[in-house]
Design a protein around this ligand. Structure first.
Ligand code: ZN
Ligand code: ZN
Length: 313
């Protein structure tokens, strides 16, 4: 059985917000874990609006230091502290983020009620930046006007479920159940082997979500996001403004679709739309010319991360 793995769009606008679109932020729920991806201005208000849990966020990932991706963070942290949070918070982001945040907080004469652990990203290389028993976060170097990384969240954990009746029948001790969940065979003695498959059931395949924030069209990311179940890719402009996209190190909807097609992902969601577009349908149409399973990231909407074959069931 699948555990929860979904992403709620808290903001999908580029630099300037519009009436219906706030700057970038997404709330990822993976089992009991809550991860915030970018934190544009007003993110905490939308967390309340969509009935998500502010204090349950354990990790915040910031892609880069353009204001539309992190200006909501000082306010969010301060609120956590005002509600007397005690659990530590991990913040993954560019190297200057810690100094900026801490000087803002100390300028306001606030003292935080909890510890922040800063983890610095390296925009030059992809790396596993956080390893947890249930998931892994990997950075993806992007090409933008300033250092920028995307994030790949991969589900981890057991691959098998223990068949307790079969285990009892074959006298597999309870102390070995944990090893069974990870695919190990049981050896009662030197001559006997009980194959794992006889005493377990397969769990569904692990899922993955890639968050590609601001970037110029860049095929170098394709091997890193190949086959992910859900890809978010920025689509600031339409193709008729490709010159502008190149100049500002952004992508067009067509290019986002092309990346999704070449990386053979399960599903694509587009975001980071320029404020010039009030109707987003033409951007969606453009992406769908390249990759059929493209969707618009609508603020407040939740996308489930599912294996492709299960989506049609
Ligand atoms: Zn941006
Ligand atoms: Zn940017």
């Amino acid at each position: 059985m699948y555990s929860k793995f979904d992403v709620t769009i808290l903001g999908n606008s580029s630099a300037t917000p519009t009436k219906d679109r706030a700057p970038s932020s997404q709330y990822v729920r993976l089992g009991p874990h809550n991860i915030l991806l970018d934190c544009g201005e007003g993110t905490q208000s939308r967390i309340h609006e969509y009935s998500l849990k502010l204090q349950k966020i354990s990790v915040v990932c910031i892609s880069h230091l353009h204001g539309d991706h992190f200006f909501g963070l000082p306010g969010l942290i301060t609120t956590m502290s005002l509600f007397r949070r005690v659990e530590p918070l991990k913040i993954i982001g560019p190297k200057d983020l810690e100094d900026i945040l801490m000087s803002l907080i100390s300028a306001g004469d606030s003292e935080l009620s909890f510890q922040i652990e800063f983890i610095t990203t390296n925009p030059e290389v992809e790396e596993v930046i956080l390893e947890h028993q249930d998931y892994q976060i990997q950075t993806i170097p992007l090409k933008h006007r300033i250092p920028c990384t995307g994030f790949l969240i991969k589900e981890k954990g057991p691959t098998k479920r223990v068949n307790v009746d079969a285990c009892r029948e074959k006298n597999v001790p309870v102390s070995f159940y944990e090893s069974l969940k990870f695919g190990y065979d049981y050896f009662p003695n030197n001559e006997l082997r009980i194959p794992n498959s006889e005493v377990t059931w397969e769990l569904p395949e692990k899922r993955s979500y890639a968050y590609i924030s601001d970037t110029i069209y860049n095929e170098e990311i394709i091997p890193l996001i190949s086959g992910v179940d859900l890809l978010y890719h920025e689509a600031t402009f339409m193709s008729d403004r490709e010159d502008r996209a190149i100049l500002t190190f952004h992508s067009t909807a067509m290019q986002a679709g092309l990346i999704a097609q070449k990386a053979k992902v399960g599903q694509l969601i587009l975001g980071h739309f320029s404020a010039r577009y009030s109707d987003l349908t033409p951007l969606l149409d453009e992406a769908r010319c390249q990759f059929e399973d493209s969707n618009l990231s609508i603020q407040g909407e939740t996308f489930f991360i599912l294996k492709k074959e299960l989506k049609t069931v």
